[in-house]
Ligand binder design. Structure first.
Ligand code: P6P
Length: 282
């Protein structure tokens, strides 16, 4: 798996450079989930595909920007599912955005997720690599990534990252969000999942929520290459996750490559509050 992590380091440097000067325009294509693709989305996907082409341990690629799975090596052990440039619509306002990678062993199922990585293109180029525990790395002047620290979530945090259009929230969700604000939580939400989850993780905790809404009853965020990679990191950091009612986002069954789910990621205390308000599947 080290070969995959090293490949992602090279990808991060190439996409980070591309972001600085590339064309921010839109293509005239939509991806499988109906998002109009930015030229940067396609460029990032091309960079990732080219970098993984010669990695023999990778069997196939699944991408937010590809309709179908792309087979690379029949005998490869791992499937890499990724969002090449999450939050890309915010590059034009110079917000931090990132790439998300889920590494699945043999087949695409929640229980087969064995590692996840995300990169974040901000004032500094950083990446979080998680196998046994989430570790933060930062690009140094010498062009190499250096280990910074291991990431842990506190039992309870202070940040409330509230996704989706409020008009579409259920009364139950509105109650959850307001309960945290009444406890003094601070709103921290940019609209780029990687940045928002990175902030909650590094600032010690809180809750990130992207719920079912009236316009997106199955949520918006994609299971294989957005939700499960972050759920893996949050749970390995000592936090908890849920779809609103489940014990964990890992209870989900992946039926389609671009499947979405409502999702909640947070410190243990905030997920407990979620269950008290939403109820919990027995
Ligand atoms: P909303 C970005 O487009 C994205 O896929 C995630 O990065 C982000 O969390 C979400 O959509 C934002 O969606 O509906 O809150 O603007």
């Amino acid at each position: 798996m080290q070969e995959i992590f090293k490949t992602i380091e090279n990808i991060a440097i190439k996409i980070s450079d591309a972001l600085k000067y590339a064309d921010l325009g839109y293509t005239d294509h939509k991806n499988q989930t109906g998002d109009t693709q930015l030229k940067l989305d396609v460029l990032s996907d091309e960079i990732i595909t080219a970098e993984f082409k010669d990695v023999k341990s990778v069997k196939s690629l699944i991408s937010e920007e590809k309709t179908d799975e792309e087979l690379l090596n029949e005998d490869g052990e791992y499937i890499v599912a990724y969002d090449p440039l999450d939050g890309s619509s915010l590059v034009d306002v110079n917000f931090a955005v990132g790439s998300i990678f889920g590494i699945y062993k043999k087949s695409l199922s929640a229980k087969n997720l064995v590692a996840s990585v995300y990169t974040i293109y901000g004032p500094r180029l950083e990446m979080v690599v998680c196998k046994d525990s989430p570790k933060l790395y930062r690009l140094k002047r010498d062009g190499e990534f250096g280990f910074v620290r291991e990431l842990k979530l506190q039992e309870k945090g202070k940040l409330n990252a509230t996704g989706a259009t409020q008009k579409g929230w259920s009364d139950t969700h509105r109650k959850l969000v307001n309960t945290l604000f009444e406890r003094g939580y601070r709103l921290r939400y940019s609209g780029a999942m990687v940045s928002d989850l990175h902030q909650v993780l590094l600032k010690g905790g809180g809750l990130f929520s992207y719920p079912a809404t009236s316009d997106a009853p199955k949520g918006k965020l994609r299971v294989s290459f957005e939700v499960l990679p972050f759920a893996f990191i949050y749970e390995k950091a000592g936090g908890a996750t849920s779809d609103g009612f489940s014990n964990s986002l890992f209870d989900i069954e992946i039926k389609e490559l671009h499947q979405t789910t409502p999702c909640f990621f947070g410190s243990v205390d905030e997920i407990e509050t979620l269950h008290q308000i939403y109820g919990k599947k027995s």
